[in-house]
Design a protein around this ligand. Sequence first.
Ligand code: SF4
Length: 101
Amino acid sequence: MSTVLVAFPELDGTQACRDSDPELFFPNPSDAAGLAKAKAVCATCPLLRPCAAYALTHAVAGVWGGTSESDRQRLQRRHGMPQRVVWSSPSASTRQEEATS
Ligand code: SF4
């Protein structure tokens, strides 16, 4: 099944994360409190839907559109979408991503 790649959302200055430390959105996947903090910011964001749609169709690390990597993997499986695998290194600046299909 092919999936249309959703365009990166237009960041018009209303994004709720605009003044946040970017590291907030890259908690350890097992850090439930860290994930909840990032998702709480996204919950107030007017760009939540386009941001989540972008993340679902790309291999991105961290919390996007109120979804964690494992949330997106679950949604991709549930909806028969290609699984996107993110290969992460310890440094956010050196993350590499790769789509499996
Ligand atoms: S949904 Fe979350 S990650 Fe996406 S732009 Fe809004 S605050 Fe930032």
